[in-house]
Write a protein that binds this ligand. Structure first.
Ligand code: BTN
Length: 381
């Protein structure tokens, strides 16, 4: 196995890694959550005293009095006798000062102890009713959430089980690469028991990519783009990678479980200098729990209605590569940089209904890629 870090590689990868049920790499080095001291210091309200406008101060008091329950914008506006816009502006401003205020569609706002921390409680509050009782395994430090999720599958974990960690010591990327997973990132794996045909497995990863991009947009207000197959980019830098692994049943030989692993960088402070040209992070003042909950919800919603492939339109709109000239690494055009045979230049024409990449090579032949990697060429013809 090569240990090249996947984050150095802005190329794309194969979707589903077919696999055996018996998985023997489980070597979890988990640390109980109560032993997570460093995160407690993250994103505390800033020490600098600020002059609060009457509305801001009133909103803050109302949220504090709310004692860990959501209060709707309407309720706040009625209670304080100010407009909804004034409430929203006050919330935004309080957040800018570092107050950890969670928001949830239809429920409103809640002042958290520390929104930078993902807690089971804050996650459950942010999840819609239909997913509130899903099993969530939350670790401070673990080897790999995908590895843990696979073990959970072997132990009989149900569809929709989620494993989340704040740090991974052996984060795994595609093609046997490692995935640098320093503290304060978001590392999560979702267990899916597909009721749909295996041919749709590739679509689940595409759906997850759309889920992440849209969640970043909704929760963090940042425009995120997708580089085929499933990397998420902000301002030309990779902020998220997705590794989907399939597990076949002994008896059926069919893929019975998928583990969708999603790694989101939220800060670059621990990244080595040599990665900073290509790697970015979803930075800012937002609730990690809200972001995670939205990714889980959107991904699981796709599994409920796998025939609804409208999200592919969003995937296309958010694609970084349609219309671009790329290098294709596939088959004999090896991903290995030492390969004698170079990559093959092609123009990206489209993403098809199955998530495949439709390309045209320089000799005019077309192909729909369902696996392999691409890099965007620096000079576009
Ligand atoms: C890639 O870009 O090559 C995919 C990276 C996938 C990383 C995530 S982090 C959560 C889950 N656990 C892992 O070990 N890998 C995935």
């Amino acid at each position: 196995m090569t240990t090249k870090n996947t984050q150095t590689n802005i190329t794309e990868a194969k979707q589903t890694v077919s696999d055996k049920v018996a998985f023997d790499e489980m070597n979890t080095e988990s640390v109980p959550l109560k032993d997570a001291p460093n995160l407690k210091d993250a994103l505390k309200p800033k020490d600098t005293p600020s002059k609060k406008t009457p509305t801001k101060a009133a909103v803050l008091t109302a949220l504090k009095n709310g004692k860990s329950r959501f209060i709707s914008g309407e309720e706040l506006s009625n209670q304080l006798g100010v407009s909804r816009t004034a409430v929203w502006k006050a919330i935004r401003s309080l957040r800018e000062e570092g107050y950890p205020i969670e928001s949830s569609t239809n429920k409103g706002y809640m002042l958290m102890q520390d929104s930078w921390l993902i807690t089971k409680e804050s996650l459950q509050l942010s999840l819609p009713y239909r997913y509130k009782n899903n099993s969530i395994y939350l670790y401070d430090t673990i080897d790999s959430t995908n590895t843990a999720a696979r073990q959970l599958v072997l132990d009989g974990a149900p569809h929709g089980t989620v494993v989340i960690a704040r740090q991974q010591t052996k984060g795994r990327g595609r093609l046997g690469r490692s995935f640098f997973s320093p503290r304060e990132g978001i590392y999560m794996s979702i267990i899916i028991k597909p009721t749909f045909d295996v041919s749709k497995s590739m679509l689940v990863t595409s759906a997850a990519a759309v889920a992440v991009a849209e969640a970043i947009e909704n929760i963090c207000g940042i425009d995120a783009r997708i580089k085929w197959v499933n990397d998420i980019f902000i301002d030309g830098k990779k902020v998220c990678g997705i590794l989907t692994e399939g597990m076949t049943g002994f008896e059926t030989g069919q893929i019975e479980n998928l583990v969708i692993g999603i790694g989101i960088n939220t800060t670059l402070k621990d990244f080595p200098q040599d990665l900073l040209d290509t790697v970015g992070a979803v930075e800012g003042d937002y609730s990690k729990s809200s972001l995670v909950a939205e990714v889980i919800t959107r991904t699981l919603d796709f599994c409920e209605a796998p025939d609804d492939i409208n999200f592919i339109d969003t995937y296309r709109e958010k694609s970084l590569v349609i219309g671009k000239t790329v290098n294709v690494f596939k088959g004999k055009y090896k991903i290995d940089p030492d390969s004698e045979i170079p990559s093959r230049p092609a123009r990206v024409l489209d993403i098809d209904k199955t998530g495949g990449l439709v390309v045209m090579y320089t000799d005019g032949t077309r192909e729909t890629l369902t696996s392999g990697e691409i890099t965007i060429r620096r000079t576009q013809e």
